[in-house]
Design a protein around this ligand. Structure first.
Ligand SMILES: Nc1ncnc2c1ncn2[C@@H]1O[C@H](COP(=O)(O)OP(=O)(O)O)[C@@H](O)[C@H]1O
Ligand SMILES: [Mg+2]
Length: 347
């Protein structure tokens, strides 16, 4: 027991993002997932025994019922790994995940069915996420069948209604098509309908619009937003693109190399980013009118080897404000009410 506790502390400081008021649908605490990977040639020459990717390294956050948490960070920061951990597609090394008050890592078979009904996923790629050999009506009806609605007619009725809700019209035509006969935006609507039919409490959407044409992104996000209000859905919206996050989220957590570096209400974080990494991300948002940029001078991120990757602030090697003490791990501080940052600039 003692050993476990020590290991948890090693995994990083507690990075709480929300006040714990019992109204949370999802609570993630000090989640950790490291992957052992094949050594590169350089690592073999250096005599390193194993190579480990610290994909998720002590991440804590919570999501209130009916709200949207945006999980943002650049490619490789650990977003999809967190999604897979929450969906129970992979097991964490350490940490806990509570959903609707229940520890999802210790559910029995019945509990797991309940969990799988109530947590749905929308994937990034609307081309590979739908079975090409199935008609839309079967794709959207499949989760219903798995979860016990055996009557075909009853299933079809629910599916047609769901297709109508995601505005895939004419419904009775689209229902009998195959995925390849639809556009990217239409396919993502199918994926949303499929996520919706079981009336889940939580939908995890992993970059749901990043592979779609710019022109349809806003439509899909608007649809998701409308469904959220209508069905009181809670979302975890994962993105590397802060310009879409802005119009979609309530709170945001900024992930860098497997750790949350900043979190808060989305307007606070976007209008007044505290962490140098968040500032750089926001400066990178394309702005049609340069004079309306949030900041005059953009921060130049240094591109160097990440020497202090293992122990201190993960952003040390790239940070324009790096100080000596940044070689140590900064604690998560509440700088303003509900606005947290893990950075020595605020100590
Ligand atoms: N199954 C795996 N085996 C080894 N490394 C992995 C595996 N899955 C993810 N990773 C690594 O973990 C890190 C985080 O990946 P991921 O969660 O996919 O990031 P994101 O979704 O933010 O782009 C990356 O360095 C990635 O290469
Ligand atoms: Mg990803």
């Amino acid at each position: 027991m003692v050993v476990i506790k020590m290991a948890m502390l090693d995994a990083g400081s507690t990075q709480s993002t929300d006040s714990k008021d019992g109204d949370n649908l999802l609570e993630v605490d000090r989640l950790r997932k490291w992957f052992r990977v094949k050594r590169s040639i350089i690592e073999i020459l250096q005599g390193r025994q194993v190579s480990v990717v610290k994909a998720v390294d002590g991440v804590s956050f919570s999501i209130r019922r009916g709200s949207t948490l945006v999980l943002a960070g650049e490619s490789g920061s650990g977003k999809s790994t967190i999604a897979r951990l929450i969906l129970r597609a992979i097991e964490p090394d350490e940490g806990s995940i509570r959903f609707a008050g229940r520890d999802i890592l210790s559910l029995d078979k019945k509990g797991l069915m309940w969990f799988r009904r109530n947590v749905q996923m929308i994937h990034q790629d609307p081309y590979s996420s739908l079975n090409p050999r199935m008609r839309i009506i079967s794709i959207v009806g499949e989760p219903l069948e798995v979860h016990g609605i055996k009557d075909r007619k009853e299933r079809d009725e629910i599916v047609l209604k769901a297709l109508e809700e995601v505005r895939l019209e004419p419904v009775d035509e689209i229902a009998y098509r195959y995925p390849h006969m639809l556009s990217g935006g239409q396919r993502q609507r199918v994926a949303i309908a499929r996520a919706l039919v079981l009336k889940p409490m939580l939908i995890v959407a992993d970059e749901p619009v990043s592979m779609l044409d710019l022109s349809v992104r806003a439509e899909i996000l608007e649809l998701m937003q409308n469904l959220k209000v209508k069905h009181n859905i809670t979302y975890m919206y994962i993105t590397h693109d802060l310009s879409t996050a802005r119009y979609f989220g309530d709170r945001i957590a900024i992930l860098y190399k497997g750790r949350i570096v900043e979190s808060g209400d989305i307007d606070d974080v976007i209008n007044e980013p505290l962490h140098p990494y968040t500032q750089a991300l926001i400066d990178a948002i394309p702005e049609p009118d340069p004079s309306s940029r949030l900041r005059d001078k953009s921060i130049r991120i240094r591109f160097t080897m990440d020497v202090y990757d293992e122990s201190g602030c993960r952003f040390y090697a790239r940070c324009p404000y790096a100080m000596d003490k940044c070689k140590y791990e900064p604690m998560m501080l509440e700088v303003k009410r509900g606005h947290y940052v893990s950075c020595f600039l605020y100590k």
